[in-house]
Write a protein that binds this ligand. Structure first.
Ligand SMILES: NC(=O)c1ccc[n+]([C@@H]2O[C@H](COP(=O)([O-])OP(=O)(O)OC[C@H]3O[C@@H](n4cnc5c(N)ncnc54)[C@H](O)[C@@H]3O)[C@@H](O)[C@H]2O)c1
Length: 476
């Protein structure tokens, strides 16, 4: 009897303690019950058409001369035309802007350079179509406002031309997929003109990363932090402020994304899986809009500061920021964190490397290296010299002469022409365009859903692991 009572008591105690444990567990870890809530929001991935293949590492027939037609000759376009005057094997054959005076001004660049005049197009919204139809254009170079990039690029590819598009390449998921599908269908290059991947510190650091100086890169950061106060009123038809007024999210992510994704080998061995975004209210944006347009800014959408975090398939992370509103020193943040080292560009440019991971012969003051501080100035200089990228070794001097954001714009254009002339894969393909631009629509979805995780599709539709590392192509 006593034994029975004991059994019942013990059972009761066990049962009670189970309930108690369970309720304690529930209270301290409510997530276990609701895991499914945190599945990323799915976005649609359209099926690849039958017979259509990916364009990873696409090569196209060599072009002896790359004949270029430019669309958009506002603030940015003419400097591109100017740079093409210095690129061997390139010829500017056509120029277009809706405003005739912009075309005439760009034509004087050709006259001054002593080269043949280009055919000109202007005066109507779709004058650019005739440029895309010309037989003497191999590459259509698009430097217009964000909303017109994709219709122009699609039409140009439809007419059999390679395209180069200013940043961001596309602004919606539909636009991104339409570019991918057209490039795959036509087997043509569709490159986004992301210049920041060629800047000196970024490309040198990429070379260091690729040669293992930082161990395995586990985290990368980038941003576009640039108070645009001096520029807002200079854009054609106020397109940039208008876009910010109507769209929440990181609307200009590619300067940060490009160098970060290259260092993480995105769609060359790793892929981005999902993102989450946070933004502030448009404290300054609203007032700026009212000042510039005289209209109410109550419905201004773009937060003054937007932050996005990304997780990759291999378990790595990225952080990307956007702020074009508040007064701050310019920053693209650029940062690489590796298991054996670190690179940082803004506000302090420097490296951290584990002493064991660098030879005493390679850096002076080797004894001053540590894993918790920047390497001394002389060591930084020695490392930057040793790891100077082949592209910079070949082009730095000329790039500094020609200019364009200190030379990186020239290197971008030169590499584009060099790869087309040598039948090589371009440094940036249509999937880079998609991955770096997709923060525009996907950060918006996250923000409008309480910063929920949002899936980042595999834009290669299965080919992200075909190539194992990101590398530039060379003819020899
Ligand atoms: N990579 C960089 O560092 C960098 C720097 C600045 C600008 N950008 C990009 O360059 C692009 C252009 O910027 P911007 O500052 O020169 O702007 P902008 O407003 O000065 O120039 C846009 C030009 O496009 C022309 N245009 C508009 N619609 C047209 C049409 N239907 N047909 C022909 N021409 C048309 C306008 O007349 C204008 O001259 C944007 O995508 C921007 O994001 C990139």
């Amino acid at each position: 009897m006593l034994r029975k009572i004991n059994q019942v008591l013990l059972g009761g105690i066990l049962c009670l303690s189970f309930v108690a444990c369970n309720s304690v567990q529930k209270a301290s870890n409510p997530v276990t019950e609701k895991t499914t809530m945190y599945q990323p929001i799915k976005v649609h991935t359209p099926k690849r058409a039958a017979g259509q293949k990916d364009v990873v590492n696409l090569v196209t027939p060599k072009l002896e001369t790359v004949r270029v037609g430019f669309i958009g000759l506002g603030m940015r376009g003419p400097s591109a035309v100017q740079r093409f005057m210095h690129i061997p094997g390139a010829k500017v054959t056509a120029l277009c802007d809706i405003r005739p005076e912009r075309v005439e001004k760009a034509q004087t660049i050709l006259e001054k350079a002593g080269v043949e005049k280009a055919a000109t197009y202007s005066g109507s919204e779709d004058a650019w179509k005739a440029l895309c139809e010309r037989d003497d254009v191999d590459l259509v170079y698009i430097v217009t406002d964000w909303k017109s990039h994709v219709p122009m690029a699609l039409y140009a590819m439809e007419k059999g031309k390679h395209v180069a598009i200013e940043v961001p390449g596309a602004m919606t998921m539909e636009e991104i997929w339409s570019l991918i599908d057209m490039a795959e269908k036509k087997r043509l290059h569709c490159m986004m003109l992301e210049n920041c991947v060629y800047d000196y510190f970024e490309l040198t650091s990429l070379n260091m990363a690729q040669q293992g100086l930082f161990g395995e890169i586990v985290h990368a950061e980038g941003s576009y932090i640039h108070a645009l106060d001096d520029f807002w009123t200079a854009y054609w038809n106020n397109w940039r402020l208008d876009y910010n007024a109507k769209h929440r999210g990181d609307v200009y992510p590619t300067h940060g994304m490009g160098p970060a994704c290259q260092a993480l080998d995105i769609h060359r061995g790793d892929k981005m899986n999902y993102l989450v975004s946070f933004d502030t209210k448009p404290f300054k944006g609203k007032k700026l809009y009212e000042k510039v347009t005289g209209k109410s800014g109550d419905d201004f959408q773009n937060g003054d500061h937007t932050m996005t975090m990304i997780k990759t398939e291999k378990g790595k992370t990225m952080q990307i920021q956007h702020n074009v509103m508040t007064p701050r020193p310019y920053s693209r943040m650029y940062q690489l964190t590796g298991t054996k080292g670190f690179a940082n560009k803004y506000p302090t440019e420097g490296y951290t490397v584990e002493p064991e991971n660098v030879s005493k012969d390679d850096v002076p003051n080797h004894e001053n290296l540590s894993s918790h501080g920047f390497v001394p100035k002389e060591a930084k200089e020695a490392l930057m010299k040793k790891y100077k990228h082949r592209i910079h070794i070949e082009l730095e001097e000329k790039a500094k002469q020609v200019g364009g954001h200190g030379g990186m714009d020239f290197i971008m254009d030169y590499r584009l022409v060099y790869c087309l002339r040598n039948g090589l894969p371009l440094d940036m393909d249509v999937y880079d365009l998609a991955e770096w631009s997709c923060l525009v629509p996907l950060s918006k979805i996250s923000l409008e859903n309480g910063s929920a995780p949002v899936e980042i599709p595999d834009f290669t539709r299965g080919a992200w692991n075909k190539i194992k590392e990101y590398r530039h192509a060379f003819a020899d």
